[in-house]
Design a protein around this ligand. Structure first.
Ligand code: AMO
Length: 430
C-alpha cells in the first residue's frame, strides 16, 4: 500500500511510495534518486551490486518527472532529506515523462510567465507555485466558514444573462439560441433580488466575466468574485464585515500556511489591523493631485497613477468612501442630504482596489430614475426591478476580487500568478 512520503520516518522498516522523479544522480556504484509527492521528498538509494536486475534496469531507464512506484526497506541516514532513505526491492515506472521537459520543475532554469502558463501543470509542480493555490484554497475555505458562521446563505446565480449589471461596456456576447445573451459581469442584480426574497444574508464565490480590452497585470477577463449582500444593513455595516473578514483571512494564513509561505520565501507576512482608515473621495483626489504629475480631476474615476500615489500615502489597507454619485453604478444609494455623493466605497490595498460595495437603492422610483440617469433603459432591467415593487428591505453589499486578494496578500507581481489557468486578451488555452 502506497503511503504519503511525509509518513516515511527513520523508524519505519518498510515503505511503498509513489511520486515524481525529482532528480537522478548516478555516482558509479550508487544511484541516488529523489522521489517527490505532495507531502515531501525521499531519497531512493540504489546500490547497483545489491539490487535485482529489473530494479536496476528501471532505475537506469527512468527520466526526470516520470511517475514511479518504489517499495523497499527504510534506513535512517542523517544526510538524506528527512533523515531516511529507501532502498528499493521493486521499482516500477508507472508513467514515463518525455525529455526534454518544457519547463525545469527544479527551478534551476528560470522561465518566462508565458512559458510557465503554457505548461501550467508542470509549473504547478514547483512548491513555490503550488503554495499560491494551497493558500488560495485555505482562503476559500475560511471565507465559507466565516460567512456560514455569521448566518449567510450560499447562493449560485446564473452566468448566462440578458442584461449588463455594471453598465453596457465590458460585456462578452455569446450565442444563445435565437436570443442575444452575455456572460455575467457580476452577481449584483441577483444577490439584490435575493434580498427581495427575504434571505437577508447571501454570498457567492463565483466567476465574473469582463471584456476588458487592455492587458494589465491586475485585470483578467475571467475573475473570481466573493459577493456578499446583507438586508437591513448600510455601507458602514458591510465595510466593517469586509475589514473583519480580510483580517481573519490574513490571520488564518499566518497561522495555518507557514510551510506554504516558507516555500514562497515570504518572511515578512504581517496581519493588518482593523479598523482601516475611511478616506473620503475628495481627500483621496487631493492627495493624488499633490503627489502625481498626472491630471487628476474631481469627478473622475481614480486611475492607476492616482491609486499608487494615494496608496503610498496611506501605507496600508484603507477605504475610499463618499464617491460622486455620477461615477458609481445606478444601484449605489445617494446621501439624503447631498445626493451628489453616494454611500459607495472601495476597499484599497496600497497597490490596487480589492473590492467595491455600497448601500443600495431599495426604493423603486429612485432606482428607475438612477438607471435612466446613467443613460440605460429601465425596460431592460424589468426582471431586476420587479422585486423592488413588492417589498424590498434596505440592503448593502460588496464584491471582493479573489485574485487581487491573493496577489496583494502574497506580493505577486502579476494577477495571472493567482489563477491556475488565466483568461486574458491573448490567452484562451490551456
Ligand atoms: P467591481 O466591478 O468593482 O464591483 O468588481 C468588484 C471587484 O472584483 C474585482 N475585479 C476584477 N479582478 C480582476 N480582473 C478584473 N477584470 C476585475 N474586475 C473586477 C476587483 C473589484 O474590486 N457589483 C459590484 C460589487 C458590489 O457592489 O457588490 C462590482 O462588480 O477586485
Amino acid at each position: 500500500m502506497r503511503i504519503p512520503i511525509k509518513e516515511v520516518t527513520p523508524g519505519c522498516e518498510r515503505a511503498e511510495v509513489c511520486g515524481f522523479v525529482h532528480e537522478v544522480r548516478d555516482l558509479g556504484g550508487l544511484v541516488f534518486l529523489l522521489v517527490r509527492d505532495r507531502t515531501g521528498i525521499i531519497q531512493v538509494t540504489v546500490p547497483k551490486k545489491k539490487v535485482a536486475e529489473d530494479v536496476l534496469c528501471a532505475v537506469r531507464d527512468v527520466s526526470r518527472e516520470s511517475i514511479v512506484r518504489v517499495s523497499g526497506t527504510v534506513k535512517a541516514i542523517d544526510k538524506a532529506p528527512g533523515g531516511r532513505e529507501l532502498v528499493p526491492e521493486s521499482f516500477e515506472i508507472i508513467s514515463r515523462a518525455e525529455s526534454p521537459l518544457p519547463l525545469d520543475v527544479a527551478e534551476k532554469v528560470p522561465a518566462e510567465l508565458d512559458t510557465r502558463l503554457d505548461s501550467r501543470f508542470l509549473d504547478a509542480r514547483r512548491p513555490r507555485v503550488a503554495a499560491v493555490f494551497h493558500i488560495r484554497s485555505v482562503l476559500a475555505r475560511t471565507i465559507h466558514e466565516y460567512l456560514f458562521s455569521a448566518g449567510f446563505v450560499n447562493i449560485t446565480t446564473p452566468k448566462i444573462v440578458a442584461a449588463a449589471t455594471e453598465g453596457g461596456t465590458e460585456l462578452f456576447p455569446i450565442a444563445y439560441f435565437e436570443k442575444e445573451a452575455f456572460l455575467n459581469q457580476s452577481p449584483q442584480l441577483y444577490k439584490q433580488m435575493m434580498m427581495g426574497a427575504g434571505f437577508e444574508k447571501v454570498f457567492e464565490i463565483g466567476p465574473i466575466f469582463r471584456a476588458e480590452e487592455h492587458n494589465t497585470t491586475k485585470h483578467l477577463n475571467e475573475a473570481t468574485s466573493v459577493d456578499v449582500e446583507v438586508s437591513y444593513a448600510d455601507h458602514h455595516h458591510v465595510m466593517a464585515l469586509l475589514e473583519d473578514l480580510l483580517v481573519t483571512l490574513y490571520r488564518r494564513v499566518d497561522e495555518e500556511c507557514r510551510p506554504f509561505l516558507d516555500a514562497m520565501e515570504i518572511k515578512d507576512f504581517s496581519v493588518p489591523s482593523c479598523p482601516f482608515p475611511r478616506l473620503p473621495y475628495d481627500e483621496a483626489i487631493a492627495i493624488a493631485q499633490k503627489k502625481t504629475d498626472e491630471q487628476v480631476t474631481y469627478g473622475d474615476d481614480i486611475g492607476t497613477a492616482a491609486e499608487k500615489a494615494i496608496g503610498e500615502e496611506m501605507g496600508g489597507h484603507y477605504f475610499i468612501v463618499d464617491w460622486p454619485t455620477a461615477i458609481k453604478p445606478y444601484y449605489a444609494m445617494p446621501y439624503e442630504d447631498d445626493p451628489s455623493i453616494c454611500k459607495a466605497f472601495d476597499l484599497m490595498h496600497p497597490r490596487m482596489e480589492l473590492s467595491s460595495g455600497a448601500q443600495r437603492v431599495h426604493q423603486y422610483d429612485l432606482l428607475v430614475r438612477q438607471i435612466q440617469s446613467k443613460g440605460l433603459n429601465p425596460d431592460n432591467f424589468s426582471f431586476y426591478l420587479l422585486p423592488f415593487r413588492y417589498g424590498m428591505p434596505p440592503h448593502a453589499g460588496w464584491g471582493l476580487g479573489m485574485e487581487r486578494l491573493v496577489m496583494t496578500m502574497l506580493g505577486l507581481s502579476n494577477i495571472r500568478e493567482a489563477v491556475l489557468f488565466p483568461r486574458d486578451r491573448h490567452r484562451l488555452v490551456p
